[in-house]
Design a protein around this ligand. Structure first.
Ligand code: PEP
Length: 255
C-alpha cells in the first residue's frame, strides 16, 4: 500500500445550493490524477452535491464527505446522522474530531475514537483531525496532546486498522487565522506524528496519509505539499472559492 494523496474541502457551516453549482462549474475541467479530491458540505447538501458530481461525470475525480457523524448506529438520537445514512447516500468519507467539534461541542478523544470505529465498521473512510492549541505548543506539550488524540483511536480500533484512517494535522492556532504553520514547522510536526505511530507499527506509519490543515491557500499550498511527510491538505476557507480550490488540488498532483 502506498500513501494516498488527498485534498479535502471542509465547507463548515457555509455554502448553499448556489455554491454546489458554482463549485462544480469551477471544477469541471479538473483532470483525473493521483489526488483524491473530497468535498465535505453540511448534511443538507450531501446528496445534491453527490448527484451533481455524477451528472457532471466527475465521480471518478471528486468525492463527497460529511463533516461529522454519530457514534450510534440508529435509535433515539434526535438531530444525529448515522454512518448507515451516509452509506445510503453513497457518501464514503467523514471528518471526525475537527477542533471545532472538540472545543465548541465538547467532543472528547474517547468519543472521537468511537466515531472513527463506527465509520470504519460501516466501510467509510474517516479523516481524523488532531492538533494543538497555541498555548499547548508554547508550553511544550505537543507530544502529549497529539498522543492523547491519537492513542484512544488506536486503542479502540487496533494499530493494524489505523492505516485506514486519514489523519489531518490541524494546529488550532492556524485554523481560519490566515497564519498557517510554516512549511518547515508543518513538516517537522508531520514527521514527528509519523514517528509516534512508528513506535507502534513501522508499516502503518509509513503508509498512513497525513494531511495538513490550517490556512492553506492557493499561494502557500505548493510549498506545504512539497514536504515529504505532508500527503495533502484539509482546506477550510479557501475551499469555498472554486478557483482557489482548483489550484490547491492541482498543487498536490505528482506527490
Ligand atoms: C479547517 O477548518 O479544517 C481549516 C483548515 O480551515 P482553514 O483552511 O480556513 O484554516
Amino acid at each position: 500500500m502506498t500513501r494516498r494523496v488527498i485534498v479535502a474541502a471542509n465547507w463548515k457551516m457555509n455554502g448553499d445550493l448556489a455554491l454546489v453549482d458554482s463549485m462544480l462549474l469551477g471544477l469541471k475541467d479538473l483532470e483525473s490524477s493521483n489526488v483524491e479530491v473530497i468535498i465535505c458540505p453540511s448534511f443538507p447538501y450531501l446528496s445534491e452535491l453527490n448527484q451533481k458530481i455524477k451528472a457532471a461525470n466527475l465521480n471518478e475525480i471528486i468525492h463527497v464527505g460529511a463533516q461529522t457523524v454519530s457514534k450510534f448506529f440508529d435509535g433515539a438520537h434526535t438531530g444525529e446522522v448515522s454512518t448507515n445514512m451516509l452509506n445510503d447516500l453513497s457518501i464514503k468519507y467523514v471528518i471526525v474530531g475537527h477542533s471545532e467539534r472538540r472545543s465548541v461541542y465538547n467532543e472528547t478523544s474517547e468519543q472521537v475514537a468511537s466515531k472513527v470505529h463506527a465509520v470504519l465498521k460501516a466501510g467509510l473512510s474517516p479523516i481524523l483531525c488532531i492538533g494543538e492549541t497555541e498555548e499547548e505548543r508554547s508550553s511544550g506539550k505537543i507530544e502529549s496532546v497529539l498522543m492523547s488524540q491519537i492513542q484512544p483511536v488506536i486503542d479502540e480500533i487496533g494499530i493494524k486498522n489505523f492505516s485506514d484512517v486519514i489523519i489531518s494535522y490541524e494546529p488550532v492556532w492556524a485554523i481560519g487565522t490566515g497564519n498557517p504553520a510554516s512549511s518547515a514547522m508543518a513538516q517537522e510536526t508531520h514527521y514527528f506524528i509519523r514517528q509516534l505511530i512508528a513506535k507502534q507499527c513501522d508499516q502503518v506509519a509509513a503508509n498512513i496519509s497525513l494531511l495538513y490543515g490550517g490556512s492553506v491557500n492557493a499561494a502557500n499550498c505548493e510549498e506545504l505539499f512539497a514536504q515529504p511527510d505532508i500527503d495533502g491538505g484539509l482546506i477550510g476557507g479557501a475551499s469555498l472559492q472554486a478557483e482557489q480550490f482548483k489550484i490547491i488540488c492541482s498543487a498536490a498532483k505528482g506527490k
